[in-house]
Design a protein around this ligand. Structure first.
Ligand code: 5RP
Length: 232
């Protein structure tokens, strides 16, 4: 099965939730890219929406597609954010940040009345953690932050290797906010809300990739068709 075609199918289904006049959060990644592309077609056909991008990459794509953009300084709330995910569980808790945009993605999702997550169905898991958890950190005091993270992992019953993310060029990956990312290989996060709370208390942690209670709907495309799951 062509994964890219599945991603586009999920994006197309999410587009059905978009109505004229909406203020939209625009996600980041290869699946969200399809959504922005399809949204651009609607805009060029006359649909009136305004978007807030979750990364510089999405901003560049949205501008190229002719999508009018704004910021969270200029508007109050967003009606809907559509974004991808690296993993999602049956409670619609997510791991995000594989593309390094988790901070802006979470700010935008938290400012939205609804978040629709779009993905191919390989992203669906019983328990989060197979995908390494991205944690955005301040470079200052990195070792102290890593020690505090290890303590948070132990307190929530998980452990695993941590590593600072490198880009394709071998240099440390720098986020749009100028921070670094630590990827934590935890395998099985049995209590994701608890770990999310503990990580949020660490001073050197800017944000983490656990999205708890933010997604309202998941659209999953697979070989058998599209599955739409609503958070209970
Ligand atoms: C970027 C993200 C992406 O949404 C996530 O990595 C999924 O990406 P893709 O759709 O390419 O699989 O969180 O920070």
């Amino acid at each position: 099965m062509d994964m890219d075609a599945l991603k586009r199918q999920a994006a197309a289904r999410a587009l059905e939730h978009v109505q004229d006049g909406m203020k939209l959060g625009l996600g980041t990644g290869s699946t969200a890219r399809h959504f922005v592309d399809l949204l651009g077609e609607k805009v060029r056909a006359g649909m009136k929406i305004v978007g807030v991008p979750t990364s510089e990459a999405t901003r560049a794509q949205a501008e190229a597609c002719g999508i009018p953009l704004t910021t969270l300084d200029d508007i109050d709330r967003l009606d809907l954010t559509v974004d991808g995910a690296d993993e999602m569980d049956p409670a619609l808790n997510l791991i995000k940040g594989g593309g390094g945009a988790l901070l802006r993605e979470k700010i935008v999702a938290a400012a939205s009345d609804r978040m629709i997550v779009i993905a191919d169905d390989t992203k669906w898991v019983d328990v989060l953690g197979r995908f390494p958890l991205p944690v955005e950190v301040i470079p200052f005091g990195l070792a102290a932050t890593e020690r505090a993270m290890a303590a948070a992992f132990a307190e929530s019953g998980v452990s695993g290797q941590m590593g600072v993310r490198k880009g394709r060029d071998g240099h440390v990956f720098i986020t749009d906010g100028g921070h670094w990312i630590i990827d934590a290989h935890l395998v099985r996060i049995n209590d994701a809300p608890r770990l999310a709370g503990l990580l949020s208390l660490i001073p050197g942690v800017v944000e983490h990739g656990l999205f708890i209670g933010l997604a309202s709907i998941a659209v999953l495309a697979g070989a058998q068709g599209i599955r739409v799951i609503e958070r209970r």
